[in-house]
Every structure is written in C-alpha cells, then in structure tokens.
Design a protein around this ligand. Structure first.
Ligand code: ZN
Ligand code: ZN
Length: 581
C-alpha cells in the first residue's frame, strides 16, 4: 500500500492559497523538503544556470512505488499532512503536498524512483500532462529533474534577476537546510562546480564552518537555556565578526528553518553596544518546544510562525545569549578582521561574485564617521573597582590625531580616543541618570529656552517626564520656559545645550519607557561632548582616559557598538616582516 494519502478537501483549500512557484529557489525548497521527509541521508542539488536551465535533486530516501509516483503528481496528494491536526502541529517539514503538480504545470519534470527492491520506475510530466513512463534502474531513492522552468509563463521569466541573484538565494536556502539537518550530507552544484558540501556527520559546528569559514566556526560558542516551555540552544560567533545582513541569524524550530521577526529583534537587542548598528552576529538558534505552542496560521508558505508566550521565549533567549556574549574576549585582534569565505549570505555572495572582497574588509575596519569638534572632555567617574579587561600597556603616542598607541610584550594596541571617551561618559551618565533626584541643583540665574507652539503644548503635558531627568522648568511667556534647575552631572557651560537635548528627546520618544530614553540620551550626549578625532591629547589626558576606561563595565566597545581597542599582535607584525612564517 502506498505511503501517499489523499488530503481531504478542507486541508487542500487551506494550503492551496500559498501555492506559488516564483523562482528556481522555490523548486529547490519544495523538492529538498520532500527529500528530507523521505528520510534521505544524502541529498544532491545539481543546477544548470542557477536552476534556470535545470534543477536535479537526487536523494537516497525511501523512494516510491509506481502507484505513489503517479499520485504524487495529483493535486492535493501528500504524504506529509494527513489531517488538519497534523498541519497545525507541523510535525513534518513541509506544509504542502502540491509541489510536484505545481512544478509540472510550469516546467518539464522527470522523476525516477525506487523502493530499492528489484524495480525502479520513471515518469515525466510537462504542462501538467504525463508525457512518458516506464521502468528504470532500481537505485533506492528518488531523483527529480526539472527543466524548461517557466517556459509557458514568460511573465515569470522576465521577473528573474539573473543567475547570480538566483544562485545566491538557493545557496542561502541550502545553507539553512544543512544547518537544520547536520545529519544529512548536502551537495550543491552549479554548472558542474561544487559550491557547497556537508558531510552529514551530524556536527552542526562543522556545517557552520563550511558556511561561514572554519576560522569563524572555531571561535563560535555554544549557548543553552532551558525554560519550562522552550528549550533553547545554539551557537554564536564572536560579535567582532559581524555581517551586514540579518540572514546570518538562523532560526530553527523543531527541525524546521523558520522566520520570526520578534525573535530576530531579541537577538539583535542582546548584542546591543557590542556590534555597530546595522551589523549582525552570526547566530544559530535551535528552539525545541511542544508543537502546540506554535501558531502556523500566520502564513504557512512564508515559513513565518508565531510562538505562544513569545515574551517568555524572548526572556529565556536573551538570558542565554547575554551570558555567552560576555564570555567573548572583546579586544579586536586585527587578524580577525579577515574573515573566512564570506560567500554565503545573499549580500556577501553578491559581493563575492563582484569580487568586492577588499571592500568587505574595509567595511569591517572603517568605523570612523567623526564629527569635527575640539571640545575637551572632562570626567567625573565615581570610583569603581578597576577591572583587568584591558591589559597593562605602555603609551607610545598618538597617531593621526585620533588613535592612542600602546604597546606591551603581546603586541601593539590602538585606542580610538573618541570611542573611549564616549564609553566613559556614557556609563557615567547612565549611572547619574538612575538617581536623578539626588543630583540636580538650582541654577543661580535661570536661563530661557524658546520652543514652537506645538512643542510648548507637548512640554506642558509632559512636565513629569522631563522633571524625571532633573530638569525643572516654568513657563515664561507664550513660547518659552525658564529652566530653574538642571542635573549636576551636566558639564559646566553646557547646561543649555544638554537641557535642549533632553527636552527634544523626551518629546520625540513619548511612547518609549524611561530606561530606553535614558539610554538614548546617554548615547547622544556622550557622543556630542566627547573628545573628537583629529584632536591632540596630552599625556596627562591619555592617563585619565585610560584610568577611567579601565573602570568601565564594557571598555571594549562604544555605546554604538564600535570597537574601542584594536590589537595587532607582535606575531602578526613579525609575519608582515617575514621574520616568522
Ligand atoms: Zn560618537
Ligand atoms: Zn560611538
């Protein structure tokens, strides 16, 4: 009796809506999922012209008998989903059993399959009609070849963006399959060239290595946190190695690659201040839970799912990530700047195909968008315990008016003076802002600030929020306010500028909570008033900066996530001069 069971009409309707094959990657996805469902341990994806000419997927799975092979091409036939209950619980990989008839409608498709007994069977379809069938070699498993994709839907063909783009999407798709199924050996070939290969050993770190480079995988750390409902584990790369696309964050739930914007923002938030905005750490997250906690009704074809109690899940995940992120040595070593084969996210791959590898490197190193200012910094940090997060090192001098150079027996260190000063001020401000009531003082001579009509209304409505920052104001005329007291941590001479900044920020972020506003304010003020690039600092100032930096909780990145210290090891310098190999 066949493995394939006809779906009842209701389910068929539920899933038919999303039945779209838009590009070669959709074909690869459907067929690969089928191969995984067939319990294959080896899956080969062979393409010509990124699948535009040919897609062949060969597996060593359970295979089909003649009856099943035929009914696989009927609408609403599926072996994956047997009832609405199963669909809801997405125990199986695919949501749809309609892949083959859909593909057959817009391409030529040939299927060869065998249960591994004495016979094999082959069958071919084109434009939805069976064009041939017969016996074939008895190799256990299934091979499906798709050619002439979109030959009868020229509008779709026009929509294709060219082989490089299509290939990039497929590569990323296969990467994710390999991460979700490290026990399956995947091979991806295009125009006869092997692009990607995994061993199927079950070692997910090895898969990460083949995707992101082994030097990256070597530095990845395992994280784990088991909540009551959600068991979480995964790997994160050193935050210093980061990418421009969120695609380097992979979410897997119960063996499926999924999408969930909420979880992605949880991951991004966990790396706050460790990575510059718009950059992302390579992260693999595995969530195991009772399928009843998953809501697939959002949009089955988009891989997007929702978790019940997402806030709880976020908390468990945040705790796991933060604990692990803190374990990374955060001094950037210059050798880490050259990062493994960066060819696997769409952007990285496109860059690679355009041979922009040098540009990529620059993107990692070039953090400096410096404001021009000669404002001097002044620091009033309360005494904290000195940490040893920064090694002992001796000041050598200033380079390019921007970097402080240090040395010790391990190597040469560059400290970005703006980033360092910014970090010190930021932590200082956050500390003071947490106790606003103790720290404001009355001005001897109140000053006056003017606002627009619109802002005046808002300010009158939000006096409490503003006073929470230690700023007390009273109306003076129609469009201006007297500022009577300000926080004592406002630098002398900058009371007006800081007050304006606080009020503007409060008005801009009325719907945000106090902690978020404080954080943003601390970042802005720290940046504004901190010592800039192209500014000479004397030895005494350097000493103060380093002393205060050593007392920071996170002396390695500025509040915007850019590095403060970069190290070039002695060994690396010796390599440059060919003193060592
Ligand atoms: Zn700045
Ligand atoms: Zn910064």
């Amino acid at each position: 009796m066949g493995v394939i069971i006809k779906l009842d009409e209701h389910i068929a309707n539920m899933i038919a809506a999303g039945e779209v094959i838009e590009r070669p990657a959709n074909v690869v996805k459907e067929l690969t999922e089928n191969a995984i469902d067939a319990n294959s341990s080896v899956i080969e994806i062979d393409l010509k012209e990124a699948g535009m000419e040919m897609i062949r997927i060969t597996d060593n799975g359970c295979g089909m008998d003649e009856a099943d092979a035929n009914s696989a091409f009927e609408r609403h036939a599926t072996s994956k989903i047997k009832s609405e209950y199963d669909l809801f619980r997405i125990h199986s990989l695919g949501f749809r059993g309609e892949a083959l008839p859909s593909i057959a409608a817009i391409a030529k498709i040939e299927l060869t399959t065998s249960l591994g007994d004495n016979t094999g069977y082959k069958i071919a379809f084109q434009a939805g009609k069976k064009i041939s069938s017969g016996v074939a070699a008895a190799r256990k498993g299934t091979a499906i070849t798709v050619t002439k994709l979109f030959y009868n839907t020229p509008a779709r063909l026009k929509y294709m963006k060219g082989p490089n783009y299509e290939l990039a999407i497929i590569t990323e798709l296969v990467d994710k399959f390999a991460l979700a199924h490290p026990d399956v050996a995947f091979t991806l070939i295009n125009n006869g060239k092997v692009l990607f290969k995994t061993s199927g050993s079950g070692n997910v770190l090895e898969v990460l290595g083949s995707i992101y480079g082994y030097s990256v995988a070597k530095q990845m750390k395992l994280f784990k946190n088991d909540g009551r409902d959600y068991q979480i584990n995964g790997y994160i790369a050193n935050p210093l190695i980061n990418r421009s696309s969120k695609n380097c964050i992979t979410l897997i739930t119960n063996g499926r690659v999924i999408k969930n914007p909420k979880i992605i923002s949880t991951v991004v938030a966990a790396f706050d201040q460790r990575i510059p905005k718009g950059r992302y750490a390579i992260t693999l997250i595995n969530i195991t839970c009772d399928p009843l906690l998953i809501d697939v009704n959002i949009h089955p074809t988009k891989q997007e799912i929702k978790f019940s109690e997402e806030a709880k899940l976020s908390n468990v995940l945040t705790a796991a990530l933060k604990k692990t992120i803190d374990q990374f040595a955060m001094i950037q070593e210059s050798e880490n700047l050259v990062i493994g084969p960066s060819i696997n996210t769409i952007q990285d791959q496109l860059d690679f195909l355009g041979d922009n590898s040098l540009e990529n490197m620059k993107a990692v190193i070039d953090y400096s968008v410096f404001e021009q200012s000669t404002e001097k910094h002044e620091m009033t940090l309360p005494p904290l315990e000195t940490s040893n997060l920064i090694p002992d090192m001796e000041y050598i001098g200033q380079y390019a008016g921007t970097y402080l150079l240090f040395q010790n027996t391990d190597g040469l260190y560059l400290v970005d003076q703006h980033a360092a000063a910014e970090r010190i001020r930021y932590e200082n401000y956050i500390l003071h802002m947490s106790h606003p009531q103790k720290t404001y003082y009355d001005l001897l001579i109140p000053f006056n600030l003017d606002f627009s009509n619109h802002d005046v209304i808002l300010i009158n409505d939000h006096m409490t929020e503003i006073s929470a920052f230690g700023i007390i104001l009273s109306p003076s005329g129609n469009q201006s306010f007297f500022i009577n007291s300000v926080p004592s941590w406002f630098p002398k001479g900058l009371e007006e500028a800081y007050t304006e900044e606080v009020i503007n920020l409060v008005l801009e972020s009325l719907d945000l909570n106090v902690a978020t506003v404080r954080d943003e304010l601390a970042k802005r003020l720290a940046c504004k008033q901190s010592i800039k690039a192209n500014h000479y600092v004397n030895d005494g100032e350097v000493q103060t900066i380093m002393h205060d930096l050593r007392q920071c909780n996170n002396p390695h990145t500025c509040p915007h996530g850019r590095p403060i210290i970069v190290k070039i090891s002695l060994r690396e310098i010796e390599k440059m001069f060919k003193r060592v190999m």
